[in-house]
Ligand binder design. Structure first.
Ligand code: HEC
Ligand code: HEC
Length: 414
């Protein structure tokens, strides 16, 4: 399988399909406004089930095209854990938990991986087995990238933490196991590293993997908790949550559905569309996810108080990181148009933004910062001190070492 050029595919544009009433005139196919009737009425548990377990039929990518069902049975659980896959301990029957505890489960035996899939215990990966116990289909869910576990049982094994960024997930290394990709593509994916993914490198249209941009520019997989009231939730603010859910659910996960955005020249139309009808419930669930609070012993309270002062005055952080969500994205004259920053204004590499619909970056809301290193869209700041150093240089703030340390303590507390 080779990536084929977008230009070689002719689409029948059906922009007037199921979509109606988006909140932004600049994001054309937004299915659901955050305040829509449909989202308000959607049951929460539905959204959780969709988030955790729904593949939207993306087996058409992961099985039919990438043939991951052929590779997975050769991978032992220790290796799967080492590329960041997580095991939901609550999905395991008590005898398995007991056996794990007694070290009677061979984590170097690939058959155990398949057994875990059969139990639906691998977070974000859904396997289907035939009567002979062979893996016949595999697909992925939103939880693959946006869930972790609390490691309560062992590293990588614990209770689900929905909405947490899976900062260990080496999505590139996993996809590079596909026997269907050529060597050059695999080599490129292997360079992404843990906690990153490039959602603008390619898209899947239901049949083919279409090349979008090259070379790939992997970005940090963000957490998706604490998004209530944020608005235009992606790094480049292309649209609200459901716009991006549709973009990823259809074009990246490979679910069966429709997505169209002339701003980026991407048009995918498959029917039946099993993604769009689920967006309201999925949205409601995402908005319910709360950020973790920083444990009291994880930062110095007194220093954080001093850091807070700096954040709101000398260090000028609050000129952009403002309001309850620490972002100015909704601060423009028209709330249906995101307020954004040119890459050079914030000292960011423009390359990723150039591939988006806006060409700019949104001020990232700050929450649960301790949980999701590294920082900035491209992960260019390995830790919070690097973030502060970045701004100190960029805005010539001349902060002293102890002021920088205080700011870091404040950021840790958010
Ligand atoms: C293969 C990994 C992957 C999967 C699977 C995935 N996402 Fe994401 N998600 C990302 C990346 C990378 C971004 C960053 C894109 C950006 O913000 O520009 C992102 C961004 C987001 C954001 C914006 C968060 C923010 O504040 O920047 C939301 C919300 C989101 N995803 C929800 C979902 C939902 C719901 C699903 C399932 C339909 C899903 N994602 C599936 C990787 C993934
Ligand atoms: C001119 C507007 C502006 C100012 C001033 C500003 N920021 Fe930011 N901040 C942004 C933008 C835009 C981003 C997203 C950059 C990216 O990821 O490309 C960001 C990202 C961040 C992030 C990364 C969050 C994450 O989850 O990756 C942190 C942390 C942060 N800023 C802290 C600060 C601190 C501390 C200050 C003050 C020293 C500050 N910012 C000043 C606009 C600003």
């Amino acid at each position: 399988m080779r990536l084929i050029g977008a230009a070689s595919i002719v689409y029948v544009l059906t922009i007037a399909f199921a979509f109606s009433g988006g909140i932004s005139p600049t994001a054309p196919n937004v299915a659901v406004a955050a305040n829509s009737e449909a989202a308000r009425n959607a049951p929460l548990h539905d959204g959780q089930a969709i988030f955790r377990f729904d593949t939207f039929g993306d087996e058409q990518l992961w099985t039919d095209v990438l043939r991951m069902h052929e590779v997975i049975p050769t991978i032992d659980p220790a290796t799967a854990l080492s590329v960041g896959l997580k095991v939901d301990v609550e999905a395991l029957p008590s005898e398995i938990v007991a056996a794990l505890r007694a070290r009677q489960v061979d984590l170097t035996n690939p058959a155990v991986t398949v057994a875990l899939l059969k139990l639906n215990a691998v977070v974000g990966v859904k396997g289907t087995l035939n009567d002979a116990g062979q893996l016949t289909k595999v697909g992925v869910t939103c939880a693959l990238c946006h869930s972790s576990v609390d490691d309560s049982f062992a590293p990588g094994i614990g209770r689900r933490l929905d909405g947490w960024a899976n900062t260990d997930l080496n999505a590139g290394a996993i996809v590079a196991l596909s026997p269907a990709l050529d060597e050059a593509t695999k080599a490129e994916f292997r360079t992404w590293g843990p906690g990153k993914y490039d959602p603008r490198h390619h898209a899947f249209d239901g049949t083919n993997i279409i090349a979008l941009n090259s070379p790939s520019l992997p970005i940090v997989i963000p957490p998706i908790y604490g998004l209530k009231g944020v608005g235009f939730e992606t790094f480049t603010a292309d649209g609200p949550i459901s716009y991006w859910n549709s973009y990823v659910g259809v074009g990246q996960m490979g679910g069966k559905g429709k997505f169209a955005d002339p701003r980026i020249g991407l048009f995918i139309s498959q029917s039946p569309d099993v993604v769009t009808p689920k967006l309201p419930a999925l949205l409601k669930y995402q908005l319910s996810l709360q950020p973790p609070t920083a444990p009291a012993d994880s930062f110095n309270r007194v220093a954080a108080q001093r850091g807070r002062q700096l954040f709101f005055s000398e260090a000028r952080c609050s000129s952009c990181h403002q309001g309850p969500n620490f972002t100015d994205v909704l601060s423009g004259p028209d709330r249906s148009v995101p307020f954004l920053h040119d890459p050079e204004e914030v000292g960011m590499d423009p390359a990723y933004a150039d591939r988006s619909a806006t060409g700019k970056y949104r001020t990232t809301p700050l929450r649960g910062l301790l949980q999701h290193r590294p920082y900035f869209h491209d992960g260019s700041a390995p830790d919070l001190l690097a973030v502060v150093e970045h701004y100190d240089r960029l805005f010539a703030l001349n902060l002293t070492a102890s002021q920088k340390a205080d700011l870091v303590e404040y950021l840790k507390s958010l």
